[in-house]
Design a protein. Structure first.
Length: 481
């Protein structure tokens, strides 16, 4: 099957659907990225808070241990060398003894903590500030650099953050670092301070690894979403293409059906026109003979029969003229007619047929049924066709009912018989020209009835009755006052 291009509306719909899928993919990836980043940020903040609390607790514990050690030194000061020898990492002060004399106390900073060798690490440093000192000293008694810790204490802060450069000056990795300072009351030895400096190296690297995980997740989500969107779009486009092809095929089929129906209708009308033309001459001869017979039978009981023949000839001539006008493309003249008048006229026309077939004909007309605007002769002809079919289908002694009633905006003529009914597969075919289930049928009666209904803006339908029989419905629009 040749693939035809989409119509502009179809192309727009496919493009819009593609853009919606693309927008959905972008929003999905963005949502994953935002959620991942916010989660990692929350984890990072939580880790930083935990690290800062840990350093504060460690500084407080070391301050308690330092206070206890200083109290011991104050009670039992070590003997100073005589004369005193300068020694790095030693802090010297004089305190009053019990007898009022002053005693010199020398404090070795490296001996203040029993686990000094295990406290310092690559990412963590412990510093001590003796009373009156302008700088902090490490556990080996060495100066802690340009006094960044002393500046923090001078500002009255016990926690803070050092820049990467300041951390590098203290011998830590080049990352920002937390600082926690705690005082240690040494009694007569004064108030000392313990500072714990911890690098954020591990936290920063953990953040980087977390962001890398987020990036990987976003990439995987993006790839998966794009792949899914691509295949979904292909499937959608294939469905649209298939639907488009089906619609084209349906349009072609409908067009072919319309063309075939128009061809059949044209053929039927042409045939009817030909028949009407051929019937015209015999009708004229019959009328001449009927007029002569009427004149010869004046003032006799048979005169009325001759007049009846003349009336039916005139009626048949009008029907023939109506079909000729339809075949030439002219719409028949339509006037308001009471449905009761149509039903009674049809009953009079068809009564002899029912009497000969020994089938009862009943007419039921609902009160206050509105008028219809139709060509009375053609509609009577359509009703006659329906009643003749019902009569032929009914068994001897059966009954046919012509029921007329209003329904919504229409007037409905229903013909109900007691025959074998209508098969489902024949309901539409019986309304087409040249199809008949009768052995001697021409297939034109119901087709002409259907065409008359169409010209009258109405419709004809066939259906089976339960338990047996059929119902033919002629639906015509009611006259609007």
């Amino acid at each position: 099957m040749t693939r035809r291009p989409f119509a502009p509306a179809e192309r727009s719909r496919v493009r819009i659907s593609g853009l919606v899928l693309l927008l959905g993919a972008v929003l999905s990836v963005a949502a994953v990225a935002v959620v991942g980043i916010r989660f990692e940020d929350a984890e990072s903040e939580l880790a930083m808070e935990r690290e800062q609390r840990r350093l504060g607790n460690l500084a407080a514990l070391l301050a308690v241990e330092l206070a206890a050690e200083l109290a011991n030194l104050a009670r039992e000061p070590p003997q100073a060398a005589d004369p005193p020898v300068a020694e790095p990492g030693v802090w010297t002060t004089r305190v009053a003894a019990g007898d009022g004399a002053e005693t010199e106390v020398r404090v070795r900073i490296r001996e203040l903590f029993h686990v000094a060798d295990h406290l310092d690490s690559a990412d963590e440093r412990i510093y001590v500030q003796p009373p009156g000192a302008g700088k902090f000293f490490d556990l080996h008694g060495l100066s802690a650099g340009p006094g960044v810790l002393a500046e923090l204490v001078a500002r009255g802060e016990d926690t803070g953050m050092l820049s990467a450069d300041q951390a590098l000056q203290l011998g830590l990795p080049e990352y920002p670092a937390f600082v926690s300072v705690a005082p240690a009351d040494g009694g007569v030895l004064g108030v000392w301070r313990v500072a714990v400096v911890g690098s954020t190296h591990e936290e920063v690297e953990r953040d980087r690894r977390g962001m890398l995980r987020v990036i990987v997740k976003v990439l995987l989500t993006g790839i998966t979403t794009v792949a899914f969107g691509y295949f979904a779009f292909r499937e959608f486009r294939a469905q649209v293409m298939a639907r488009h092809q089906l619609e084209l095929a349906e349009q072609r089929r409908a067009g072919e059906e319309v063309l075939a129906r128009e061809n059949r209708t044209a053929t039927m009308l042409t045939l009817a026109s030909g028949v009407a033309h051929e019937v015209g001459t015999p009708l004229g001869l019959i009328r001449v003979k009927a007029e002569a017979l009427r004149d010869a039978l004046q003032d006799s009981p048979e005169e009325q029969d001759a007049r009846t023949i003349l009336g039916q000839v005139d009626r048949l001539r009008d029907v023939v003229q109506g079909f000729l006008r339809v075949a030439r493309g002219s719409m028949p003249e339509q006037t308001p007619v009471a449905p009761a008048t149509l039903a009674q006229g049809v009953r009079d026309l068809i009564a002899h047929r029912f009497q000969a077939a020994e089938v009862a004909l009943h007419v039921e007309i609902a009160p206050e049924t509105p008028e219809v605007r139709v060509n009375a002769l053609l509609v009577e002809h359509a009703l006659v066709n329906l009643l003749v079919n019902a009569c032929d289908a009914s068994p001897r002694g059966g009954r046919v009912t012509l029921r007329v009633r209003p329904e919504a905006e229409d007037v409905v003529f229903e013909v109900l018989d007691e025959g074998e009914g209508v098969r489902e597969e024949d309901r539409e075919r019986l309304l087409k020209p040249f199809f008949s289930r009768k052995a001697q049928g021409t297939g034109l009666g119901l087709a002409l009835t259907n065409e008359i209904a169409r010209m009258s803006r109405g419709s004809v339908t066939l259906a089976a009755r339960s338990p047996r029989g059929a119902i033919a419905t002629l639906r015509l629009p009611r006259e609007v006052p």
